[in-house]
Design a protein around this ligand. Structure first.
Ligand SMILES: Cc1ncc(COP(=O)(O)O)c(C=O)c1O
Length: 381
């Protein structure tokens, strides 16, 4: 893969290493968005089929991206909090069941479980990152695995930690969950699109994903895959569009008992979202062309040398086996003046994020090795 910067409108002098904050807009996504916006100039152009067909095309594209067999298992959601809540409120809990999470998860995959705990008597079990710089990722993974037991009802976690890029071994975690009859609910927002995710291998009970980061989509769009466990659940809202036969506008008030197939019942209302959904679809189409494994290899290629150099200068960086290449935390040497460092980064138009005690660097296909070199120069300057 070669650098795709020309397909984006990033300013020439911007060193944007912050895809984990949000992706820049692809020119092709912008074009689709403007076309979609103009459609309403003449509403007669919007047909009844437009309420359903494009949505199903988006489901199909997403299903392909995550290798899910049935596209009907993909629901369209506006946010991760919405998608996680659909799952969390449809689980049959018993008092003293445990909900297992990793430390410092993104709040959209934390608060809802805390609420569940309050109402059901379930216990939250949070596996914090080990307080070490030696084999931290490996130790964290093994602590997670050894914490899964017969009390574990749900494992709710990401594939890649949002703050520092630690990679969690979902295959092993799935195996341990199966042994103990636990559900596996994944927040894929910081991984899907940039790192391969295979539903057939990992078999998540739910995979929830916001689209405005690694799916190259606009804000307020996303998808959720729900497995068999959730086939008969109660959706967060009762949109007319999720009922069987809703495609037929002339019989909408022949109120229906049944929902449409699969996970469509979990769709957000006004699913068709004529402005934003075509943009999300276009972003996913690009990813299907580029392929997440190539994006991962590309971001590795442009960052490896710089990370080696930073390590030599006292920066702490996770072992390669336990960190993603599109998102990683680098911890400055003890005594670094972070305030000054932040200022220098801003002055040099380098965009990264500061999360917990790490600098979160998240390169994408629009970056090159030169961007990483520029970052190194400022960090070591
Ligand atoms: C891991 C993760 N999940 C979810 C989100 C966004 O959540 P929501 O769509 O509920 O705003 C973010 C945003 O940074 C994130 O990093």
């Amino acid at each position: 893969m070669k650098c795709k910067r020309k397909q984006f409108n990033l300013p020439k002098d911007a060193t944007y290493l912050n895809g984990a904050y949000m992706s820049p807009l692809l020119k092709s996504v912008e074009k689709v968005g403007i076309k979609a916006l103009k459609l309403k100039n003449n509403p007669a152009q919007i047909t009844a089929d437009d309420f359903f067909d494009p949505v199903n095309s988006s489901r199909k594209a997403v299903a392909k991206l995550i290798n899910a067999k049935k596209w009907e298992r993909i629901a369209i959601i506006p946010s991760v909090s919405y998608g996680i809540a659909n799952a969390a409120y449809n689980i049959d809990y018993k008092k003293n069941d445990e909900i297992l999470m990793v430390g410092e998860q993104f709040p959209s995959n934390y608060y809802v479980w805390r609420t569940v705990g309050v109402h059901t008597g379930c216990k939250l079990r949070v596996i914090a990152a080990p307080d070490t710089n030696i084999s931290r990722g490996e130790k964290w993974n093994s602590q997670i695995l050894s914490s899964i037991n017969s009390k574990t009802k749900v494992i709710a976690m990401p594939m890649v930690h949002w703050a520092d890029g630690t990679v969690f071994d979902l295959l092993k975690i799935r195996k341990a969950a199966n042994k103990n009859g636990a559900l596996l609910i994944i927040d894929g927002t910081q991984s899907v699109g940039a790192l391969p995710f295979d539903v057939k291998k990992i078999k998540p009970d739910a995979l929830v994903c916001g689209a405005y980061k690694w799916l190259m989509g606009p804000y307020s769009t996303g998808f959720a895959y729900y497995g068999k466990y959730f086939a008969k659940g109660a959706p967060m809202e009762e949109s007319w569009m999720i009922r069987k036969g809703s495609e037929n506008f002339s019989s909408l008030v022949n109120y229906q008992e049944d929902y449409r197939k699969g996970a469509i019942r979990y769709d957000v209302g006004q699913t068709a979202n004529f402005n934003l959904l075509p943009m999300m679809h276009q972003g996913v189409q690009k990813l299907l062309k580029w392929k997440p494994e190539n994006i991962q290899a590309y971001t590795r290629k442009i960052s490896t040398d710089v990370l080696e150099d930073l390590k030599e200068e006292g920066y702490w960086i996770e072992d390669e086996a336990y960190r993603s290449s599109h998102l990683f935390g680098i911890r400055p040497p003890f005594g670094t003046n972070t305030k000054k460092l932040k200022k220098r980064l801003v002055k040099n138009k380098i965009s990264v994020s500061f999360r917990s005690d790490s600098i979160r660097v998240s390169p994408g296909v629009y970056n090159s090795k030169k961007d990483m070199e520029r970052l190194k120069k400022v960090l070591l300057g």
